[in-house]
Ligand binder design. Structure first.
Ligand code: FAD
Ligand code: FES
Ligand code: FES
Length: 486
């Protein structure tokens, strides 16, 4: 096991090695400015529009994993060990890819600016080996804005594409890129020393964390990428978590899921959804596919944001955090991690290693709701998780947590107390709603006014009651059913 001073990845069949570049250069900049590959476009430079979508392929447990990501917020060193596939890798004007041809034939492109990103999202969908239903296509394209064509012809094209992607099998080439070396890039960019570390083991990470206490820990980079592209921050020392094996898996015990901090939303949603279907529903609305393919639950917690979607959902579920430092690990209740705005219970040298989520019990009722202006690709105004055991019609172990209502994600202790040991009925739901005014004094901001926030937070408790009460009566039509009935 050694240390490399370069990164290596595959681009258009060739292994590329890079040692001298700004470690915070985005893959989009790299493609357009270093490689003169201008097919990948820049729209927003903040992960929102999808114009820059590229596909990453990497070997995970012997299988090739293919995913769409936003090149504008991905730092180049995070490509280490992977294959980068761009719109120029898959076809040429003389020999376009099947999907490029279909989109053109079905008139799925007018100005064409969004089209390369759309093609790449469809390439990733095709590789996913899922049926090309309206719902799956919608999910794959939710992060790709097209302002002039309209989605009808694009979706028509997607529905007719071949069921499975025809990527050349380069398993061996990808395997050759994977070895035990850690990476240390050290460069001087315009007089500024910059370092990028890629540790492979928890021990290496813990040691680096101790040696460089001010280093930025980079997981998916869906927050950090914007510090550079939007806030123009200079990050001099970065430790990338993406290759630390121990941070990238989910294990199960009889009573809990142990989710390592570096696992992406995309790789967690199915496991959590088995026990928490409502959490599954909210998670599918976090960003869009490109964000969920990079972003991690660990990053969503560690950033300490009061409007991150996962903390309230996980606090309601009774989740715990495993924090690791040079002196070992400690386990805390997730709600205790959030001390105040911008202040978390993370000691110098520590990092978030794991999130422990209890499996739901036989009598447990769990609800999760996200309120935002758009259905997907939008930050919450309010997000709520609620859980209790219902035995003989009476609520016990009530946990209600909100994001967007205070300076941190927070439990609603008065509302919980109003329901604890009470019957689950409308009167008591309304009592909990009334108690909420003692728990929170929300603020006005661009996402919502304080009165809206309070009203919607209260109504989410009522919504939970109505859903439980009416679950046998109300059936919400999905896109497939709507399509079939029209
Ligand atoms: C277009 C777009 C849409 C988004 N939509 C949503 C949304 O709908 N809901 C939502 O909640 N968020 C959303 N986000 C925010 C972001 O995607 C999430 O917060 C995500 O979970 C961050 O995870 P990450 O792995 O990308 O973190 P990073 O950007 O890598 O890191 C975020 C912070 O956490 C720290 N960190 C990361 N991992 C660890 C660790 N293991 N230990 C200690 N510190 C760590 C980093 O140092 C940094 O301070 C969106 C972002 C974008 C760009
Ligand atoms: S340029 Fe808009 S998502 Fe990357
Ligand atoms: S074709 Fe013009 S924005 Fe999509």
């Amino acid at each position: 096991m050694g240390t490399r001073n370069y990164i290596q990845f595959i681009l258009d069949g060739e292994v590329v090695r890079e040692s001298h570049l700004d470690p915070t250069m985005s893959v989009l900049q790299y493609l357009r400015e270093r490689r003169m590959k201008t097919g990948t476009k820049e729209g927003c430079a903040e992960g929102d529009c999808g114009a820059c979508t590229v596909v990453l392929r990497e070997l995970v447990s012997g299988e090739i994993k293919t995913r769409s990501v936003n090149a504008c917020i991905l730092f180049v060193p995070a490509l280490d060990g992977k294959e980068l596939v761009t719109v120029e890798s898959i076809g040429t004007p003389d020999a376009p890819h099947e999907i490029q041809k279909l989109v053109a034939e079905k008139h799925g492109s007018q100005c064409g600016f969004c089209t390369p990103g759309i093609i790449m999202s469809l390439i990733a969908l095709q590789a996913d080996d899922v049926p090309h239903t309206h719902e799956n296509i919608g999910e794959a394209l939710a992060g790709n804005l097209c302002r002039c064509t309209g989605y009808g012809p694009i979706i028509d094209a997607a529905k007719t594409m071949a069921p499975k992607a025809a990527f050349a099998d380069n398993t061996e080439q990808l395997a050759e890129l994977q070895h035990d070396d850690s990476v240390h890039l050290s460069v001087n960019i315009y007089g500024q020393d910059k370092q990028f570390f890629i540790p492979k083991t928890l021990e290496q990470l813990t040691k680096l964390r101790g040696e460089y206490p001010d280093a930025i820990l980079l997981a998916g980079g869906t927050d950090i990428g914007l510090w550079v592209t939007k806030h123009h921050m200079t990050l001099t020392t970065i430790i990338y978590l993406g290759h630390v094996e121990a941070l990238n898996h989910i294990t199960q015990t009889s009573d809990a899921l142990h989710i390592s901090a570096g696992v992406t939303y995309a790789d967690t949603v199915a496991d959590l959804g088995v026990y928490y279907p409502d959490m599954d529903t909210v998670m599918r609305r976090i960003g869009a596919a490109q964000i969920r393919n990079l972003g991690t639950i660990g990053g969503n917690i560690a950033n300490g944001s009061p409007i991150g979607d996962m903390p309230p959902l996980l606090i309601a579920a009774g989740a715990k955090l495993v924090l690791q430092g040079a002196d070992g690990e400690r386990i805390i209740a997730l709600e205790n991690y959030f001390i105040d705005y911008g202040k978390q219970d993370l000691r110098p040298g520590e990092f978030v290693r794991e999130i422990i989520v209890p499996k739901t019990g036989e009598h447990q009722h769990y609800f999760a709701y996200k309120i935002s202006k758009r259905f997907e690709s939008d930050i919450s105004a309010v997000c709520m998780g609620m859980s209790f055991d219902l035995v003989g019609g009476v609520c016990a172990n009530v946990r209600i947590a909100y994001g967007g209502m205070a300076a941190t994600p927070k439990r609603a202790k008065h509302a919980e107390a109003a329901l604890e040991n009470q019957e689950w009925n409308e009167a008591n739901a309304r009592a909990a709603m009334a108690a909420l005014t003692q728990d929170f004094a929300p603020i006005d901001d661009m996402r919502a006014s304080k009165s809206y926030r309070m009203q919607v937070a209260q109504n989410l408790i009522l919504k939970a009651w109505l859903e439980d009460e009416n679950q046998k009566v109300i059936h919400v039509l999905g896109p497939e059913e709507i399509e079939a009935s029209s």
